[in-house]
Design a protein. Sequence first.
Length: 250
Amino acid sequence: MASKLKLGINIDHVATIRNARGGLHPDPIKAALIAQSAGADNITAHLREDRRHISDIDIKKLVRKLRIPLNLEMAPTKEMLKIAINSKVKRVCLVPEKRKEITTEGGLNVIRNKKKISLIITKLQNYNIKVSLFIDPCLKQIGVCKELKASSVELHTGEFCDNKKNKKKEFIQIKKSANFAKNNKLECHAGHGLKYNDVKEIAKINEITELNIGHFIIGESIFDGLKQSILKMRKIIDSSRKKSFYLKSA
Ligand code: PXP
């Protein structure tokens, strides 16, 4: 029987909404704790160089408060390496980063950046941090991940999710890549752009052991939770109409 497929929840988009107003709400830590209580197997957070969503303080709080592992996504840079080591995370996923991109476009090119990535992996592993590499589903890239002694690869599922015409071709490529990773003793994760329909197919690939999903789940939570939030606000408004703390104490 296939083993249970783990689910990591990416909370970056809660921080995006928080940062839109520059305040503290909605708190991504609260979202992470709800995800944990809902059975998430890990929390994923991407500390970007421009700090457009998750902040350094968020990472510190997540490390302190979570029972489940934090999967820190980061670019392979000296700055991020220092943060990963100092924050005592147990897991890192190296991702490519371009300042102007809306989201992570494509996987790391581990073939082209082998030397730089190798140095970062070695340093992280010296601190017992498990390293995953976010790559496109490509056998050559996986071969180099093996040489680099990564613990796992995370296959970028964006092309599969967004590609309307060649979905089957993309699916087969992911399946082949997952199989190749497993045969090379690399744990195989997958993520990016996954929605309910896409996940139905990807979850059938037994070699994949973990999915990391963010944007769609946070988006759906608006619809699944919006009614509750409006009803709660209505209730508070109605009951508060009767008494005023400030007016009484003025
Ligand atoms: N995995 C990695 C490595 C990512 O960079 C992202 C996006 O930050 C995700 C998974 C989650 O993608 P999405 O938010 O589209 O579900």
